[in-house]
Design a protein. Structure first.
Length: 373
């Protein structure tokens, strides 16, 4: 059955004319009347306001040449990607495939990128990474402040990334970025039992301050640099303390820390680390040894106190002997000393003097007191 069908195409639209499933051409804006038989004519009206032409028969439309001077046609190969700007604003990323963009109403700009260069470098990378469809074709990685990223592609070291945003094409290579913190960190080495050279077992807690100096070494030399440094510190402490007796260790713990520090720096450098400091935080002795040390300390302090007391007594006796010698050699000083004693006695209370009888030919007590006064 034949009948007429009318299609109205507005100024911002384009008609795609099909007959019996075959593309016949483009219909310009306006009114079009077509004679059809059994609905063998079909027209798809598409808007140029959306510049991206999406159609299931796009390949036929492109091959017909009808889009020439009307649209940008992209036939992206497997290793190609396209960055699309519309009216000077970034729109989206296209993976491999066939695409067409109308150019009549909007300014469309396309930048084709070779995805064989796994890392995407672009001045508008932040805009590109946040755009629609970016997650389909891009893998993004952020490196925080005071960190670096160690980049490996297909298992090979490529670069050390400074803080910032990075993007890599998906599906091209095996990309791995290891985040490395460059700030100073601390390790508590605690609870290990160590035997001294005189067979005394003690428990030691130490602290190590360190930071990463060579990120590439720190990532490649060992699986876990923190654990490796912890084990190295334990072994060094056992070696250093095991060569000393308990008294020597207690007398100079700083020497133990310094020797451990010196030995640890060389090993840490091989791991890409820098040791800032090593310190002994806590020392725990067994209960019986602690009691013994307390008794030794108590006896030592008692002996020191007794020695000080003896020294004071000796000094006092030496002073008294010097005073007696001085008074014996100076009668006037002896007389003044007697008067001072008498003054103190008189000032202390009521003075009562009892006088007895004197023997014939001797000086009595009264005469002596009179002479004294």
């Amino acid at each position: 059955m034949f009948f007429w069908k009318t299609y109205r195409i507005r100024s911002f639209e384009i008609g795609l004319h099909f007959r019996n499933g075959e593309f016949r051409g483009i219909l310009e804006p306006g009114t079009h009347r077509m004679l059809t038989f059994m609905r063998d004519v079909h027209v798809d009206v598409v808007s140029q306001r959306d510049p991206w032409l999406v159609h299931d028969q796009l390949d036929m439309i492109v091959r017909s040449g009808a889009l020439e001077n009307r649209a940008i046609v992209l036939d992206l190969r497997d290793h190609e990607r396209a960055l699309v700007w519309v009216d000077n604003r970034f729109s989206h990323i296209l993976p491999a495939g066939l695409y067409a963009y109308w150019t009549g109403l909007k300014d469309v700009r396309v930048e084709i990128v070779d995805a064989r260069e796994v890392r995407l470098r672009h001045s508008d990378l932040k805009l590109i990474a946040r755009s629609p469809m970016a997650h389909r074709v891009l893998e993004t990685q952020s490196v925080d402040r005071d960190h670096v990223g160690v980049l490996h592609i297909d298992g090979r070291y490529v670069d050390t990334l400074s803080p910032g945003l990075y993007a890599f094409w998906k599906g091209r290579s095996d990309v791995r970025v290891v985040d490395v913190d460059l700030r100073e960190m601390m390790i508590d080495v605690g609870g290990q039992d160590i035997m001294t050279s005189d067979k005394v077992t003690l428990r030691l807690n130490a602290v190590v301050t360190w930071k990463i100096a060579d990120p590439r070494k720190a990532v490649s030399q060992t699986e876990d640099v923190r654990q490796a440094l912890y084990r190295e510190t334990q072994l060094l402490l056992r070696s250093v303390i095991g060569a000393r007796g308990l008294d020597e260790f207690l007398t100079d713990r700083d020497a133990v820390a310094k020797e451990t520090d010196d030995g640890l720096r060389d090993r840490a450098a091989a791991l890409g680390l820098e040791v800032v400091s090593v310190g002994i935080r806590d020392l725990i002795l067994p209960g019986d040894m602690k009691d013994l040390m307390n008794r030794v300390t108590e006896a030592r302090k008692a002996a020191e106190a007794n020695l000080i007391s003896r020294r004071e007594e000796t000094a006092a006796m030496r002073s008294q002997a010097n005073t007696a010698r001085l008074l014996a050699d100076n009668p006037v000083l002896m007389r003044l000393r007697e008067l001072e004693v008498l003054e103190k006695v008189a000032a202390g209370g009521k003075l009562q003097v009892v006088l007895g009888e004197k023997n014939p030919g001797e000086q009595g007590l009264a005469d002596k007191v009179a002479n004294l006064l």
